[in-house]
Design a protein around this ligand. Structure first.
Ligand code: GLA
Length: 377
């Protein structure tokens, strides 16, 4: 299935890892549907690794672990669909999943049929234990073809972490998103590393196959499977803003059954989600920070109604001022135009008169603007 917007949803891995169950999934579906997340755009509920038994059945089919999922997967799919959500599952291009459950290698068509029979809408497809001989692009093409012929629309979410030059071949596989980085952990250093690695991959992002910077850690506060030291709420906000700005899929990774208000506000910022889901999906480009500002990342991108989005992200623990020139966006003073800029978290507005923008950022803080063109006069 092809999609024209980065998918949004929730995934079990970051918080729950192996500790998944029917009860968790049903309650998570309730919260997504009833507490504003579905309304904000989060519609895919994805069960990650560790859902199956360690052995296939006598016909070679994957079997859900009956202790974790006593009513099986079709039951879950029906419940999830009944809530207006979409159902995602997980497998792997290797002989085993990353956590050691059966992978889909040499079972691709059987597994695609099984997922279709259960009512699955999204398949995350990992890369552990893959053949050392068969190139990854062949393995992903196999599953891409299996899904395209399984009789159901299933979004193919590739997860080969950008290895083996994934960006060069992923659009040949039918995948709609591709993990462009390694795994996220609940630390600021991890957010920084993934953001840095994304810079060189921006030209590969776009309609047809979106760069996936990995699931969100917003609101984890150090708890759960990838929870380490955790981050502050300011850091989570900057992480969310970066992922949204870059056009990454937005897959929540915290326990939404116990989400605090700050986490909810971060995850449901409508203006940022609107920028993330913008129909043009144009490539973000870096603006040159003026003076020495190695800690600040500044990007802009064009939006479909002629607006421009600008994001300034302070990656370090000192206060700073983001400074940049809107010449680089295409608006030198000679055009007689400037930007009327509205910051999406604070609602504050500015409109540079001389082409240069100055904006104070707190440690680890960010500012994201939706900007309308306006006459300078
Ligand atoms: C890999 C993926 C993660 C997660 C785990 C599950 O590490 O990159 O996102 O799916 O496997 O084992």
């Amino acid at each position: 299935m092809r999609i024209d917007r980065p998918p949004m949803g929730w995934n079990s891995w970051n918080t729950f890892g192996n500790d998944i169950s029917e009860d968790l999934i049903l309650k998570t579906a309730d919260v997504m549907a009833d507490e504003g997340l579905l309304d904000a755009g989060y519609k895919y509920l994805v069960i990650d690794d560790c859902w199956s038994l360690k052995e296939r059945d006598k016909d070679g089919r994957l079997v859900p672990d009956p202790e974790k999922f006593p009513h099986g997967m079709k039951y879950l799919a029906d419940y999830i669909h009944g809530k207006g959500l979409k159902f995602g599952m997980y497998s792997c291009a290797g002989t085993q999943t990353c956590a050691g459950y059966p992978g889909s290698f040499e079972h691709e068509f059987t597994d695609a049929a099984t997922f279709a029979g259960w009512g699955v809408d999204y398949l995350k497809y990992d890369y552990c234990y893959h053949s050392p001989i068969i190139p990854g692009k062949y393995l992903y093409r196999r599953m891409g073809l299996a899904l395209a012929n399984c009789g159901r629309d299933i979004l193919f979410a590739a997860c080969s972490w950008g290895s083996d030059e994934t960006q060069e071949w992923i659009k040949t596989t039918g995948a709609s998103i591709w993990r462009s980085t390694g795994d996220i952990f609940d630390t600021w250093q991890s957010v920084k590393d993934l953001a840095d690695r994304q810079d060189a991959l921006l030209p590969y992002n776009g309609h047809g196959c979106f760069n996936d910077m990995d699931m969100l850690i917003v609101g984890m506060h150090g708890k759960g499977n990838v929870g380490l030291s955790g981050c502050s709420d300011v850091q989570y906000r900057t992480h969310f803003s970066l992922w949204a700005f870059m056009g990454s899929p937005l897959m929540i990774g915290c326990d939404i059954r116990n989400m605090d208000d700050v986490t909810r506000q971060t995850l449901t910022n409508r203006e940022l989600i609107r920028i993330n889901q913008d129909g043009w999906y144009s490539q973000p480009f870096a603006l040159t920070p003026m003076m020495i500002q190695s800690s600040v990342k500044i990007y802009a991108k064009l939006l479909e109604n002629g607006d421009v989005a600008v994001g300034c992200f302070n990656m370090e623990d000192t206060k700073t001022t983001a400074r940049f020139n809107i010449d680089e966006i295409g608006l030198p003073v000679s055009t007689g135009k400037t930007l009327q800029m509205r910051e999406v978290w604070s609602g504050q507005e500015t409109a540079p008169r001389e082409g240069t923008v100055f904006w104070d950022l707190e440690p680890y803080g960010c500012a994201v603007f939706r900007c309308r063109l306006t006459d300078l006069a």
